[in-house]
Ligand binder design. Structure first.
Ligand code: ATP
Ligand code: GCO
Length: 186
C-alpha cells in the first residue's frame, strides 16, 4: 500500500516576513532567521516615513493611511532584495489582513508570514523592559486591538513568543525547507 505524499504546507515564497505586535520579537527573530538562511534582513522599523515615527514617539497609534506608504516601501525593498539574493527576510507588524494582502500585492510575489503569537501579559512584560528608539509601551494596547491573527487560508506559520529565539528560528528554517521545490530558491 502506498501513501500519497502530503502536499506542502506553505505556498513557495522567496520572502519571509516576521509579524506581530510591538515587542513580540520581530527584529530578534527576523535577524536570527536571516543569519541562518544567509539572507538579507530588512527591519520594517527603518522604512517608516518620518511623520509616522514622530506620531508613534508621541504615543499616537498609526492609521491605515499612515501605514500604506510604509508597507509599500518595505514590500518593494523586500522584492528587490529577493531578486538580488534569492531570498529575503523582513520584520513588519502587518497587524491586519489587509496589510498582509497589500504587502503581497506590492511585492508582486508570495510571502510566507511568521506570526509571533503571545499574550498581552508576556509581551507587556517585555516591552516594559526594553529600550526602543521611538515605540512607547503605551501603544501596546492599540497594537493588540488592531491585530487580526492570520486566518487558516493565509500563508502563515504561527510560533510562540515564549519559546527561545533559537527554537523559533529552527522552526522557521524547517518550514522553509518544505519549499525546496521552488526552483528560484537556491
Ligand atoms: N523568544 C524570545 N524570548 C525571550 N525574549 C525575547 C524573545 N524574542 C524577543 N525577545 C526580547 O523581547 C524584546 C522585544 O524584541 P524585539 O525588539 O525583537 O521586538 P519587535 O517585535 O521587533 O519590536 P518592535 O516592533 O517594537 O520594534 C527584546 O528585549 C528582545 O530581546
Ligand atoms: O504598525 C504599526 O503600528 C507600527 O508600524 C509599529 O508596529 C512599529 O512599526 C513597530 O512595531 C514598532 O517598532
Amino acid at each position: 500500500m502506498s501513501t500519497a505524499p502530503s502536499p506542502p504546507r506553505f505556498e513557495p515564497a522567496r520572502i519571509i516576513v516576521v509579524m506581530g505586535v510591538s515587542s513580540s520579537g520581530k527584529s530578534t527573530i527576523g535577524a536570527a532567521v536571516g543569519r541562518r538562511l544567509h539572507a538579507p534582513f530588512l527591519d520594517g522599523d527603518g522604512y517608516h516615513p518620518a511623520a509616522n515615527v514622530e506620531k508613534m514617539r508621541s504615543g499616537i497609534p498609526l492609521t491605515d493611511e499612515d501605514r500604506w506608504p510604509w508597507l509599500d516601501a518595505l514590500a518593494k525593498a523586500l522584492h528587490e532584495a529577493a531578486d538580488r539574493k534569492s531570498v529575503a527576510v523582513g520584520a513588519c507588524s502587518a497587524l491586519r489582513r489587509s496589510y498582509r494582502d497589500y504587502l503581497i500585492k506590492k511585492a508582486g510575489e508570495p510571502i510566507l508570514f511568521v506570526y509571533l503569537h503571545g499574550s498581552r501579559e508576556v509581551i507587556g512584560e517585555r516591552i516594559a523592559h526594553r529600550k526602543h528608539e521611538y515605540m512607547p509601551a503605551s501603544l501596546l494596547d492599540s497594537q493588540f486591538a488592531t491585530l487580526e491573527e492570520p486566518a487558516a487560508d493565509e500563508n502563515a506559520l504561527q510560533v510562540e513568543v515564549t519559546d527561545p529565539v533559537e527554537t523559533i528560528a529552527s522552526q522557521v528554517v524547517k518550514a522553509v525547507s518544505h519549499l525546496r521545490s521552488f526552483k528560484r530558491w537556491q
